[in-house]
Design a protein around this ligand. Structure first.
Ligand SMILES: [Zn+2]
Length: 290
């Protein structure tokens, strides 16, 4: 019953998914830059900048950090204006008129469209930084015409942006959820079993392996619910719900410091609401509590 109700969820509107950008932004490619003034996506580490006191307003006009204007990448159209991305080095001081917003802050200060735009910016910067040289021959790479992909000037191989599939799952036993905690998470915060897909695995197989490897728990009836783009730095989180099939909790993953079953009316601190983990936990709790 819970499985069926969860399968009816619409996850597409979570932050970082493109649905959030409908009506705001259309992604294009750098060689389609129409020229002229526009708006700026300034990213310094995981911080994105808006005008101070105006968290809805991207800087516009001249590049706020003029020496970086030459490195700007055209991203597409933000509210019908050219939108360009600039990576700001960590030691660069921005004008006082700019206000930073951390894209992973516990309390998000940006709207879903702006944080989603920032997420795309992070993914693109990650691609740019990892695609300077060819993985085959170490030759220099250049962008393919009309693509975000690149080609090697030396051996000619083509390379395209890499998005890594990950699984994340709600594991249910009656009115309890299996929650885990990693040592480097905020104090006391719990989340869901998750991990990268490995060679030769389906998503469902990856989910079963992660559950067993992390917690010693076997699962069954694994159902896909939806996915979320996760730009930290370049993942696609594929969300599942599964039923407990057997086993006792046993911490087998060194990254984890705790795992336990929690009744949905007695949950510990949870991840921020922008994440698919929190979305799944909240929806499951509502359905179980009904
Ligand atoms: Zn090469």
């Amino acid at each position: 019953m819970l499985n069926q109700s969860l399968c009816a969820m619409d996850i597409s509107a979570l932050p970082f998914n493109r649905t959030c950008l409908d009506g705001y932004f259309e992604l294009a490619i750098p060689d389609k830059d129409p020229g002229g003034d526009g708006v700026w996506v300034l990213l310094q580490g995981m911080c994105m900048f808006t005008l101070r006191g105006m968290p809805e307003q991207l800087p516009s006009g001249e590049c706020p950090v003029p020496p970086l204007a030459g490195s700007a990448l055209y991203l597409g159209q933000w509210q019908k204006k050219p939108c360009r991305l600039v990576e700001v080095p960590g030691d660069t001081l921005l004008p006082a008129t700019m206000e930073p917003h951390h894209l992973r802050a516990a309390e998000q200060t940006l709207s879903a469209p702006l944080s989603s735009l920032g997420g795309i910016g992070l993914m693109i910067l990650h691609w740019e930084s990892t695609s300077r040289y060819c993985g085959h021959c170490d030759g220099k790479m250049e962008r393919l015409a009309g693509e975000w992909g690149k080609f090697c000037l030396q051996c000619g191989n083509h390379h395209f942006p890499r998005i890594h599939p990950c699984v994340i799952g709600l594991i249910v036993r009656g009115n309890q959820l299996l929650l885990v905690r990693k040592g480097d998470w905020a104090t006391g915060r719990y989340g869901l079993v998750a991990g990268f897909v490995e060679f030769g695995e389906s998503l469902e197989e990856a989910m079963a392996r992660e559950a067993l490897e992390e917690t010693g728990i076997s699962i069954t009836n694994t159902r896909y619910l939806g996915s979320q783009s996760w730009p930290f730095p370049s993942q696609l989180m594929c969300g599942f719900v599964a039923d407990y099939a057997g086993g006792d909790i046993e911490l087998r993953d060194q990254e984890l410091c705790a795992a336990d079953w929690y009744r949905v009316d007695q949950l510990p601190p949870l991840p921020p609401s922008r994440s698919i983990a929190r979305y799944l936990i909240d929806r499951a709790s509502q359905l179980i509590n009904r």
